[in-house]
Design a protein around this ligand. Structure first.
Ligand SMILES: [Zn+2]
Length: 593
């Protein structure tokens, strides 16, 4: 296995003229699909003998592809492309393997993914006791007073309910004796809830008298004592103290940490065939840091970033942060992110009617309609896309209403491509509104099969069937549906999300409303060209056609043809980004590097 990170920003600067010439050649020759005749400039890299799925409807299949200076110069038969092989060309025989455009992760958290790889991973725990044990173990190698952090616990995925518990959530009783000398902060898999031990709560000054903040809840036991569970905006009470401690670290340490997070996230993406990543919400400070790393050629994959920050801070500053195709197409920042509700697993999704398993609650509205409308206006004024997280049916309806109102108030002849992130649970009346308004449903295939075990408990069967993860109804009604994983909420693996999208199968005995599966072609489009469209990038990526970026993934299975169960065994053989082999599963004489 080999991962190569630095991009060729500096080299590229010298090659710009060559790029233009190459693009011109391909416009004149290759686009017309005619065999190239006469003198042909040789390419840097040629892939031959492949089973290439191009995602280009005009020519869906090809055998070979020629790449030069980070771009595709030609695609076609082995014979046509042989004209691009010169004495310096690296030729790779794909030996019939399946190749397609590099996956575009449509909604996940880039820095969060990297950071999650530097903390306790709680995803696999089958009980709360296992998690207590993981923390207890960490206390032995962490100096007293230092934070122990982890992520990925999910009470619905444990073998049994913890004891003691409040509404199924663990209390911090056991943890307080396991980690009496360390502040502990463990984030829920959804990111919408956190657990803190007594030590951390003391540092934050949280006790029985602390009131719930707006849009959040400090879960308390029957005696009014906080149990250590903080839902939605209440997480900030603990997070604030942790951030203060982080900020006190020396600058050099902070920088090394964030650089390491970006590096780890890049490596993880390339290993999984991802060449572009849509980051679902970074602060202005994080965007500044990403720009610096982009300047230094240290972004391993291409990023498209939504800014998530205060309206007040954004006002007047946004223009300075707008970047389109910056650092040779490695960084784009042209979208804003808000969240109007929480997640279903944590009973935070904002519903039109109460939860079936918590009839006192219809979820949480985490940002006011006015404040989200304000962000939408900032988007219009600065020509930024607007992306709002909405999971519950009420949340989705409110966001569609805001968008509709804005589109009417500020009409534009061009589609704005505003997005609803997750669009997870919809009232049937709202499904056709996405297509009609041109609002993109930014969904995650893997969330469906991951959450399916508790969706009917939360919503009941009727609401689950009519409106949960209704990809097909959305596509049929003319909406663009994109795909991703919301990593680190889920593993960033596109194959698992693709499998969920085309099967909705949890086990061989349980499929979650199979009427809503996508076809293989639709699911591949959702992970490539449709994700590109949702970022205004369909002219540079998402399909393999001359002139587009040479971002390609080679797999050991044909995702269009293979048996459905075989999809799960698919491995990434090679990831090419910017015309370079950035990841290779194993070395062989045909794959020199
Ligand atoms: Zn997210």
């Amino acid at each position: 296995m080999h991962v190569l990170l630095s991009n060729k920003t500096n080299v590229r600067a010298y090659c710009r003229h060559k790029t233009l010439a190459v693009i011109l050649v391909c416009v004149l020759c290759a686009v017309s699909s005619l065999p190239v005749s006469g003198q042909q400039q040789s390419a840097e890299l040629v892939l031959v003998g492949g089973n290439i799925y191009t995602v280009d409807r005009a020519r869906p299949h090809a055998q070979a592809i020629a790449v030069d200076d980070g771009r595709i110069v030609a695609i076609g038969s082995n014979q046509t492309i042989s004209a691009y092989v010169g004495s310096d060309t690296q030729v790779i025989d794909l030996k019939g393997q399946f190749a397609m455009p590099g996956f575009i992760e449509g909604h996940a958290h880039f820095v969060g993914l990297g950071e999650s790889m530097m903390m306790l991973n709680l995803h696999q725990a089958k009980t709360w006791d296992e998690i207590v044990l993981q923390v207890e173990k960490a206390t032995r190698t962490t100096p007293p007073g230092e934070w122990i952090i982890g992520r990925g616990w999910h009470q619905s995925k444990w073998d049994h309910v913890p004891s003691p518990n409040v509404n199924g959530y663990p209390t911090n009783l056991e943890m307080n004796s396991a980690a009496p000398d360390h502040p502990v902060l463990l984030t829920h898999a959804s990111g919408h809830m956190s657990f803190a031990n007594e030590y951390a709560m003391k540092l934050a000054g949280v006790d029985a008298n602390t009131e719930n903040p707006k849009g959040g809840e400090i879960v308390k036991d029957e005696n009014g004592k906080p149990i250590g569970i903080f839902r939605e905006t209440a997480q900030a009470l603990i997070q604030k103290v942790k951030t203060r401690a982080d900020n006190q670290r020396p600058q050099i340490q902070k920088q090394a940490y964030s650089q390491r997070a970006v590096e780890l996230a890049s490596i993880e993406c390339l290993k999984k065939g991802i060449t572009s990543f849509q980051d679902a919400g970074s602060s202005l400070a994080t965007v500044r840091n990403l720009r610096k790393l982009a300047d230094e050629g240290k972004l391993g994959v291409r990023l498209w970033v939504m800014i998530r920050d205060d309206n007040e801070r954004l006002r007047g500053q946004l223009a300075n942060y707008k970047m389109i195709g910056y650092a040779d197409q490695f960084l784009t920042c042209r979208a804003l992110k808000r969240s109007i509700d929480g997640a279903l697993g944590a009973h935070g999704a904002w519903l039109l009617a109460p939860y079936q398993d918590l009839p006192t609650s219809s979820g949480l509205n985490t940002a006011s309609i006015d404040s989200v409308t304000e962000t939408a206006k900032l988007g219009i004024k600065n020509d930024f896309q607007v992306c709002v997280h909405a999971i519950g049916d009420r949340a989705n309806r409110e966001v569609l209403n805001i968008y509709e109102k804005m589109f009417k108030e500020f009409p534009s002849q061009f589609p704005r491509r505003w997005r609803i992130e997750h669009a997870q649970h919809l009232h049937p009346d709202d499904i056709p509104r996405f297509g009609k308004l041109g609002v993109i449903a930014s969904m995650q295939g893997i969330h469906c099969t991951s959450d399916a075990i508790f969706v009917p408990q939360r919503l009941g069967m009727r609401r689950s069937e009519e409106g949960a993860y209704v990809w097909k109804s959305l596509v049929d009604s003319g909406a663009i549906v994109t795909n991703g994983t919301d990593a680190p909420v889920e593993d960033v693996d596109p194959i698992a999300s693709f499998y969920a999208s085309v099967t909705r199968r949890l086990t061989d005995k349980f499929t979650f409303f199979p009427g809503q599966v996508l076809t293989r072609e639709q699911a591949i489009r959702s992970y490539t060209i449709d994700n590109a469209y949702a970022a205004f990038e369909e002219n540079t990526k998402g399909s393999l056609v001359p002139g587009k970026l040479a971002d390609i993934v080679v797999l050991n299975n044909d995702l269009i043809q293979c048996d459905a169960e075989e999809i799960k065994n698919t491995r990434v053989i090679m990831t090419i980004i910017d015309g370079r082999i950035a990841y290779q599963a194993e070395k062989s004489p045909n794959h020199p590097e």
